[in-house]
Design a protein around this ligand. Structure first.
Ligand code: SAM
Length: 221
């Protein structure tokens, strides 16, 4: 259950390890990891493992990603305060909380197809002071045009290709950060930047292994 664990000290140690291993370079991303209590986003039985650099189960066959993977994604996103972000795959809400710290909670919309995970994520976010993050139940492969435009779309589930619905709502030089490729193995983290002519400049980054993005413009259920 994690009783007796000094979570703030564990958090500092995790951040130190991520800095030493080269995953965390940006001061704002480092501050976000220091501010958000990861133990509030894992199941009670996994709390003592909250600061290990591993994915943890969150129910419904889904996971909260390893901190080093989240650090890579947040560094690639190059977010600034006030930018508008759409996250696809709320899960526990942890990644959304880090986004909320970086850009402000009202600027974050996060989508989750699994209703019970969306409710859990929403309550976890509220419990750590981020009730103003908007959690939408729906198919994120179709985007969320209601709150467009966005400066960044960040997906925490892997699609076969970048869904067409993610490009149009991006304000240039908006970024898409997403695991793309055949379901693990074979995914890479793709960073796509929207040019002013509407095309995407694509850069393939680190190999990764995310759960599948299941939806109309992604993998079938
Ligand atoms: N960001 C999460 C966190 O911090 O805990 C981890 C997300 S988990 C790796 C991926 C999530 O994407 C799962 O909760 C899954 O239900 C969700 N998902 C899969 N396909 C989706 C879709 N089309 N739209 C929205 N959510 C989706």
């Amino acid at each position: 259950m994690g009783r007796g664990v000094d979570f703030p000290a564990e958090r500092v140690r995790m951040v130190d390890r991520l800095v030493r291993s080269g995953y965390l370079k940006d001061a704002a991303v480092r501050a976000a990891f220091l501010a958000v209590p990861r133990e509030a986003f894992v199941r009670p039985e996994d709390r003592s493992a909250a600061y290990q650099d591993v994915p943890l189960p969150i129910g419904s066959g889904q996971t909260i990603s390893a901190p080093s993977m989240i650090a890579i994604m947040l560094e690639e996103a190059r977010l600034k305060p006030g930018e508008r972000v759409l996250e696809i795959g709320t899960g526990s809400g942890y990644h959304a909380a880090l986004l909320a710290f970086l850009v402000g909670p009202r600027n974050v919309v996060t989508m989750e197809r699994n209703r019970s995970l969306a409710e859990w994520g929403r309550s976890n976010l509220a419990a750590v002071g981020f009730a103003d993050v908007t959690v939408v139940v729906g198919d994120g492969s179709l985007g969320h045009p209601d709150r467009a435009p966005y400066d960044c779309i960040i997906a925490t589930a892997g699609a076969p290709r970048i869904p067409g619905a993610w490009s149009d709502p991006l304000t240039p030089p908006g970024r898409i950060v997403a695991p793309i490729g055949s379901s693990p193995p074979g995914q890479v983290l793709v960073v796509a930047t929207r040019r002013s002519d509407g095309t995407l400049e694509i850069r393939e980054g680190t190999p990764c292994a995310f759960v599948p993005l299941v939806g109309a413009q992604a993998w079938p259920a």
